[in-house]
Design a protein around this ligand. Structure first.
Ligand SMILES: C[S@@+](CC[C@H](N)C(=O)[O-])C[C@H]1O[C@@H](n2cnc3c(N)ncnc32)[C@H](O)[C@@H]1O
Length: 392
């Protein structure tokens, strides 16, 4: 499997950022969909992709695509794949899927059928039947079955890559790490200047900003990936990939990263999560109302992810909060690029500043926007601060 099709999945709307990442790592973009990008590489390449991609959800190695009208056809086709080339009969196996086929009303049935085909073949060829179950801790197979076409992949990630293993205390409504990384990429944050994150919650944005600025691999803390359980995995090769990633990191930042929240428990969680990620020494943590967040001289990025009424917070109070966020940006953040990430455009109108850019994102099923406000120093005709227009 030297130059195989590799499908990298990601949250909806994230492919533009994932493409940038793949290109900068030197991987071609072969195809793109709403929640994934296809590239090419070997099984060994999946180690680097799993370790380094910030916006990816899973790295899937394509094995086979075939027509399947029902579960019996699925079983026959999956049995024909030479699983013994990829799987070890002593490894634990799990199968997960995305199924939209008229003959299947419970996707778990498709998983079981696919798993049976694999383990039956393994028993026939090796004499042993691998243990299997729902945990993604061993070798993982992914089945994509849409209509009458089915594709089977080795899921080299196992658990999704958003699980970086630093967010031990999630608090309420945390942002998914992959989404946070894409949002920060959209802001153009390079590690120069300051990154101010009022309303930090569990600290995801500040921690991802620190990891990006240091060029630290997002997967460096993870001890388990699906590829580790595949035949041919060489631990020394994995250590080489990790060492190479470590060698390319920066130690210090020129600006400051500030994470603030008015909930002391959130700030404590953010601090602990940052410590687990190994970046707590680079972040200043402050318990304060967002209006009092320290904003260092020198400019940079100020980014807020307020509640937006879907999961937390009451609308009426939030209207005042959004207006006050606009005032805070206007009065305290001159010389910065201001960003608000929200899933409620009605509330965004209350900010009272004109956004210079509105980038769509999805927080699971909720359509969101990253709104950019140019907060120019001094006077300037197109200054967002002078516009009487509310966000439309
Ligand atoms: C949606 S959560 C942020 C989640 C965060 N991005 C994460 O990944 O964990 C919004 C945060 O705003 C904080 N917050 C609400 N009102 C605030 C205020 N007036 N001043 C400061 N923080 C506030 C809440 O305590 C909560 O932690």
């Amino acid at each position: 499997m030297k130059s195989n099709r590799i499908l990298v999945t990601c949250p909806k709307g994230i492919p533009p950022y994932l493409k940038q990442e793949l290109a900068s790592l030197g991987y071609p973009v072969v195809a793109e969909s709403i929640a994934g990008v296809e590239t090419k590489g070997s099984l060994a390449d999946t180690m680097a992709l799993n370790l380094l991609l910030r916006t990816a959800h899973r790295v899937l190695c394509h094995l086979s695509t075939f027509p399947a009208h029902d579960a019996n056809e699925l079983y026959a086709e999956v049995s024909a794949i030479e699983w013994e080339q990829y799987l070890d009969e002593h490894e634990y196996l799990s199968v997960h899927s995305s199924v939209d086929n008229p003959s299947i009303d419970n996707p778990l049935f498709a998983n079981v059928k696919c798993k049976d085909a694999i383990v039956d073949r393994m028993r026939k060829v090796t004499g042993e039947r691998p243990n299997s179950g729902a945990e993604m801790s061993g070798a993982v197979v992914f089945l994509y079955w849409k209509g009458n076409e089915c594709s089977v992949y080795l899921d080299t990630s196992g658990e999704p890559l958003a699980k970086r293993e630093y967010r031990r205390i999630p608090m309420k409504a945390p942002m998914q790490e992959t989404l946070a990384a894409a949002v920060i990429m959209e802001s153009g944050w390079s590690g120069d200047g300051n990154f101010v994150n009022p309303m930090c919650g569990s600290g995801t944005l500040a921690i991802e900003a620190a990891l990006m600025a240091l060029n630290r691999a997002p997967g460096i803390l993870r001890s388990n990936f699906g590829f580790m359980h595949l035949k041919g995995f060489v631990k020394d090769d994995w250590e080489t990939v990790r060492s190479k990633a470590r060698a390319g990191t920066r130690k210090n930042l020129s600006g400051k990263i500030i994470a603030a929240d008015n909930n002391p428990a959130a700030v404590q969680a953010a601090r602990k999560n940052a410590a687990t990620a190994g970046v707590d020494n680079l972040i200043e943590f402050v318990v304060c109302d967002f209006r009092e967040t320290p904003v260092p001289e020198g400019g940079g990025i100020v980014m807020m992810n307020p509640e937006y009424g879907e999961r937390l917070g009451r609308m009426h109070e939030l209207e005042f909060t959004y207006k006050a966020m606009g005032d805070f940006l206007k009065q305290k953040c001159r010389g910065y690029a201001g960003y608000i990430f929200t899933g409620n455009l009605d509330l965004a109108k209350k900010v009272g500043l004109k956004a210079s850019r509105r980038t769509p994102f999805y927080n699971s099923k909720i359509e969101c926007r990253l709104l950019k406000y140019d907060l120019y120093e001094g006077s300037r005709k197109k200054d967002a601060l002078k516009s009487p227009d509310a966000e439309r």
